[in-house]
Write a new protein. Structure first.
Length: 118
């Protein structure tokens, strides 16, 4: 089992910044992909940004150029730096860890609320 604990959500004004963190613990395989998805009310969960243990990244179109995903040297904590936030970024942000080589090895955090409003 893997546990994912998120932190860093909250209320921010448009144009502001927030940094999310997600720490993984438990039976962690090597060569995982970690990252973030989000879900706004009435919408499907969507990709925000993911990063492989090798440092390759993939971003959702709506956040490219504004958000930066990174991972620590131990490959157990993933960060999401969110800049130039917009009201449409308001959502519950979920941390995700998966391993492309092991089907079924995928875990989600409990989610953290990000609200962008004046």
């Amino acid at each position: 089992q893997v546990q994912l604990v998120e932190s860093g959500g909250g209320l921010v004004q448009p144009g502001g910044s927030l940094r999310l963190s997600c720490a993984a613990s438990g039976s962690i395989f090597s060569n995982n992909v970690m990252g973030w998805y989000r879900q706004a009310p009435g919408k499907e969960r969507e990709l925000v940004a993911v990063i492989s243990s090798g440092g390759s990244t993939n971003y959702g179109d709506s956040v490219k150029g504004r958000f930066i995903v990174s991972i620590d040297n131990a490959k157990t904590t993933v960060y999401l730096q969110m800049n130039s936030l917009k009201p449409e970024d308001t959502a519950v942000y979920y941390c995700n860890l998966r391993n492309p080589l092991f089907r079924g090895y995928e875990y989600w955090g409990q989610g953290t609320q990000v609200t962008v409003s004046s």
